[in-house]
Design a protein around this ligand. Structure first.
Ligand SMILES: Cc1cc2nc3c(=O)[nH]c(=O)nc-3n(C[C@H](O)[C@H](O)[C@H](O)COP(=O)(O)OP(=O)(O)OC[C@H]3O[C@@H](n4cnc5c(N)ncnc54)[C@H](O)[C@@H]3O)c2cc1C
Ligand SMILES: Cc1cc2nc3c(=O)[nH]c(=O)nc-3n(C[C@H](O)[C@H](O)[C@H](O)COP(=O)(O)O)c2cc1C
Length: 544
């Protein structure tokens, strides 16, 4: 479409507002295309003697967040202030640069998010118009859910009403915040979208979970999360990371898990089990104590797609034969049967973080030259075979998920296209949810941390592969969760460390948001009634 055609199309779209006026392209004045390449400037030094840089000369932020003028003015204002406040010129200039750098960095990061949104807008065109608008407005990640409420309350309520209706929540004038909307996966309905992420506790005895696990998982079920995940639960004794890892490889394990599942169900919660094989990352000490993470002195032999140790001091695994693959696949199938008998609501296949199946998926640890290495299709072959065998024995009305490491955080690793293809392949094999994590596949990884830092991978997989996803990784505020869900960047949000710090994370979030639809256990009503009243008073009083 050329610029004139774009103007005519936009005129038709905005006819009600244009009142008969025509739209004009600036291409005519510029005698050519108005397209500009954006120069991204980030000077490492803003001053030299008495010469000082400000505005675009020091830094730029992409046009799409329209902040260049603001930044330039703020630089100038702050420069004037610091020079007045400081005792000497050098101290004033240093203070100016130190302060402004941080503010500029935040805006440059927002501008990068915004640019990427426009560059990948194809991904979002399938969203419903209201969600597309929300996604556009929150694209820089600086405008959050609650921030949008302040800017345009009726719009935000409209989004929440749309989201709730789409989720199958009863229609009311007071829709739930997105995190408290239900989610249906096959025959399972989760009451809300907050998930306790899988977390190894290294506290089992020969794979057997006990009172610690009952209290630990039970406590989190009482805390209001829509779904509680078990820790990585290994399908054979030699599939464990450490001697303290939980297992599902003996009938006693099934019975011990059943006690926990029954308790969680008794609280009206849902519980999923994450089944795994540690591969080359196995046979090490628990991650605490003087020999934390060191190879066990009397451990077990390791297997992996290729004979590559995790690190120089770790045991070198044996390259898996087809017979090893059969044995591992059958162990996953048996564990899935027991998970069904124990009453779990969902099974997750752990294909992330460099454990056995993840190490097949990524080229950093899979150097095979047979049908199980090389192209992404080949690397997928064994993990998919395991998944399909599990799916065949897992009840049809219950969902299954797969946890993926969507990037290795190294140049020669898994590509974003690979992870979309992998998610698609699992979905075709009957996977209902992609639990999108990242990294831990090689010690060489260079992750880029930040709040919600892995959510872009979930966003890409969900909106390019067209599959349901769960985002995870440094999501810790109610506003993070609501913004991710409402923008269609994920269908669920998993929180790990926040749930270690506060088992009541979801109940507290409901109290903070003034949402009465998420009831605490009757035994705890008095406590949460008081919390809700106190938070309301604090809000009315405003900031101190
Ligand atoms: C297409 C476009 C759209 C934009 N949209 C927005 C928006 O919506 N909102 C927003 O906030 N920002 C926007 N910006 C960014 C904004 O215009 C700039 O960030 C802002 O003008 C930077 O201010 P400045 O004073 O640092 O630089 P400038 O405004 O570029 O000023 C630098 C001045 O120095 C002069 N100069 C250069 N060299 C010399 C020299 N050797 N001697 C003397 N003078 C010299 C130049 O002629 C110029 O007048 C947009 C920019 C572009 C290009
Ligand atoms: C103590 C601990 C144990 C973990 N164990 C597992 C695990 O068993 N399986 C898994 O997939 N991820 C595991 N993880 C990763 C978390 O599930 C989660 O992806 C990660 O901590 C990022 O989320 P967060 O920022 O909310 O903590 C663990 C994390 C922690 C902190």
């Amino acid at each position: 479409m050329d610029q004139d055609q774009t103007c005519r199309a936009a005129e038709a779209l905005f006819a009600d507002w244009l009142g008969g006026h025509a739209l004009m392209s600036n291409a005519r004045h510029l005698r050519g295309s108005a397209w500009l390449n954006f120069p991204r400037v980030a000077c490492s030094n803003w001053r030299d003697g008495k010469v000082i840089l400000l505005g675009d000369a020091a830094h730029t932020a992409h046009f799409s967040i329209g902040s260049g003028t603001k930044l330039a003015f703020e630089d100038a204002i702050r420069l004037a202030e610091t020079l007045t406040e400081a005792d000497d010129l050098d101290a004033g200039l240093a203070a100016y640069e130190a302060e402004r750098r941080i503010e500029v960095l935040k805006l440059q990061s927002a501008a990068r998010n915004s640019t990427e949104w426009f560059e990948t807008v194809d991904r979002y065109v399938g969203l419903a118009p209201l969600q597309f608008t929300y996604s556009l407005l929150t694209r820089s990640q600086r405008v959050s859910h609650e921030n949008l409420r302040l800017r345009d309350g009726p719009f935000l309520t409209g989004v929440e009403r749309w989201f709730a209706a789409n989720a199958g929540a009863p229609s009311t004038d007071n829709p739930p915040p997105p995190m408290f909307a239900p989610l249906k996966l096959r025959g399972l309905t989760l009451p809300n979208r907050v998930v306790v992420s899988p977390m190894c506790m290294y506290s089992a005895e020969d794979g057997l979970v006990g009172d610690f696990h009952l209290v630990h998982l039970g406590r989190r079920a009482l805390g209001g999360a829509g779904l509680v995940f078990t820790e990585m639960t290994d399908v054979s004794a030699d599939a464990r990371i450490t001697p303290g890892c939980a297992g599902m490889y003996r009938p006693e394990h099934r019975d011990a898990w059943k006690r926990i599942v029954d308790f969680v169900h008794g609280q009206g919660s849902r519980i999923a089990i994450q089944l795994a094989h540690a591969g080359r990352k196995g046979s090490v000490e628990r991650p605490w104590g003087p020999r934390a993470d060191k190879p066990l002195k009397d451990g077990w032999a390791l297997i992996a797609p290729s004979p590559l140790p995790w690190s120089e001091e770790d045991q070198t695994p044996r390259e898996m034969t087809r017979a090893d693959m059969d044995r591992v696949r059958d162990a996953f199938v048996q564990a899935t049967r027991w998970a069904d008998e124990a009453g779990f609501d969902m099974v997750e296949l752990h294909c992330a973080h460099g454990y056995l199946l993840s190490s097949f998926l990524t080229p950093v640890s899979n150097h095979r030259t047979d049908d199980y290495g090389g192209s992404v299709e080949n690397r997928l072959r064994f993990p998919l075979e395991v998944f399909a065998a599990m799916r065949a024995v897992w009840p049809v009305d219950r969902p299954m998920s797969v946890r993926l490491s969507a990037t290795d955080w190294v140049d020669e690793g898994l590509t974003p296209e690979d992870s979309v293809a992998i998610a698609r392949a699992f979905a075709l094999a009957g996977c209902d949810l992609n639990d999108v994590s990242a990294g831990s596949t090689t010690p060489e990884a260079q992750p880029i941390y930040g709040r919600m830092f892995q959510t872009p991978f979930s966003d890409r997989i969900r909106n390019e592969a067209g599959v349901a996803t769960m985002a995870v990784g440094n999501i810790y505020e109610t506003d993070h969760v609501n913004s991710i869900l409402a923008a269609g960047r994920a269908d669920l949000c998993a929180l790990a460390r926040p749930h270690l710090a506060d088992p009541n994370w979801s109940l507290r979030a409901a109290a903070e948001l003034g949402w009465r639809g998420q009831m605490p256990p009757v035994q705890y009503l008095a406590g949460f009634g008081q919390l809700a009243r106190n938070l309301e008073k604090q809000q009315q009083a405003g900031p101190v």
